[in-house]
Design a protein around this ligand. Structure first.
Ligand code: FUB
Length: 325
């Protein structure tokens, strides 16, 4: 039986997307993008996603009302940011809460920034500059069992990941296609102080069933954006959006740095172009937080956050969700 809030918009008074859910001190916190009604035509660059701030949502438990805790960080308060505050994540390190977020700098280049607070709902105080060596979008932080902090990030097309293949920003860089190797998500380790990467960012590989890296033309399985990492029975599960084909897929590995082997689909396409999720264990059960465009009747940049229960077998296999059944 479904819970009363399951598969329904968690809040309706604002548009929300890209939910990163966590349990801190026994309470559920959701770190979403805050979509705005903007009359900007849709394009492949994502110019319609003109978000300006973050609102943190919280719930006492999955049956209770979802509360909007107000503006936790605005782009005008971040010295290096011009616009487009996209999908964030959060982590708690030594009692401090860190909001990790992507945004465009004054030159229109995406980087990843960090802001901190004593409260999980902010307000968050941003660091003066973005994390040196960071680029692209969609950071997700795994705090491993030994406390190490791994950052997974990157998105194709408007997320600019292809533009960094040479190591520096090239807006005209070739987009891998067909039989060329797909670009994986990026991986770097954060310092415990959360103000720098302590490893050189590297590209992660997702392999097929024969151990070969997925190809760029394999759009049903290759990485596009929205990485998330969860651990289950000691293994690492990288999940992500396939973008153009609108699936949430996952791949399994024995190390946080991969390589990962493609395993299957977590969710079939939702209403809207993007699909973006997080996976979290709450009271011993696993849940998927995701978004669709139901609340706006299908407007791609006016999305709403939802959750549903995940069915994970003992060997880590995740049952595919049909979002509207
Ligand atoms: O919300 C803006 C972008 O749309 C995110 O960064 C992507 O993951 C997609 O959901």
């Amino acid at each position: 039986m479904r819970k009363p809030n399951e598969r329904k918009p968690l809040v309706k008074h604002i548009y929300t997307a890209d939910p990163s859910a966590h349990v801190f001190n026994g309470k559920i916190y959701i770190y979403p993008s805050h979509d705005l009604e903007r009359d900007v035509p849709d394009d492949d660059n994502g110019d319609q996603y003109m978000m300006e701030d973050y609102h943190i949502l919280s719930m006492d438990d999955l049956d209770s009302e979802c509360v909007d805790n107000g503006c936790a960080l605005h782009q005008d308060d971040v010295p290096w940011v011009k616009n487009q505050m996209w999908a964030p994540d959060a982590v708690c390190v030594n009692g401090k809460y860190y909001l990790v977020f992507p945004a465009k700098d004054k030159d229109g280049v995406f980087h990843i920034g960090v802001a901190s607070s004593d409260s999980p709902v902010g307000p968050f105080k941003p660091q003066d500059n973005y994390i040196e060596g960071s680029y692209s979008i969609d950071p997700a932080v795994l705090q491993d069992d030994d406390g190490r902090l791994y950052c997974y990030y990157g998105g194709l097309w408007g997320g600019q990941l292809e533009m960094w293949q040479s190591g520096s920003f090239d807006p005209d860089a070739h987009r891998p296609e067909g039989d060329e190797e797909a670009i994986g998500p990026m991986f770097a380790e954060f310092a415990p102080s959360m103000d720098k990467f302590i490893t050189e960012p590297k590209h992660l590989q997702i392999l097929d069933e024969n151990g070969a890296p997925l190809k760029a033309g394999d759009e049903d399985r290759r990485y596009f954006e929205g990485p998330w990492m969860h651990k289950f029975n000691g293994k690492y599960y990288l999940s992500y959006s396939t973008g153009t084909t609108h699936y949430i897929c996952y791949a399994e590995g024995t190390s946080p740095e991969g390589p990962f082997t493609y395993k299957g689909r977590i969710m079939e396409p939702v209403l809207g172009w993007t699909t973006h999720h997080s996976i979290v264990q709450i009271d011993g059960e696993w849940y998927l937080f995701y978004h669709d465009c139901e609340l706006s009747g299908g407007v791609t940049h006016e999305r709403c956050v939802k959750y549903t229960k995940l069915d994970i077998a003992q060997d880590g296999t995740i049952k595919t969700i049909q979002p509207y059944e």
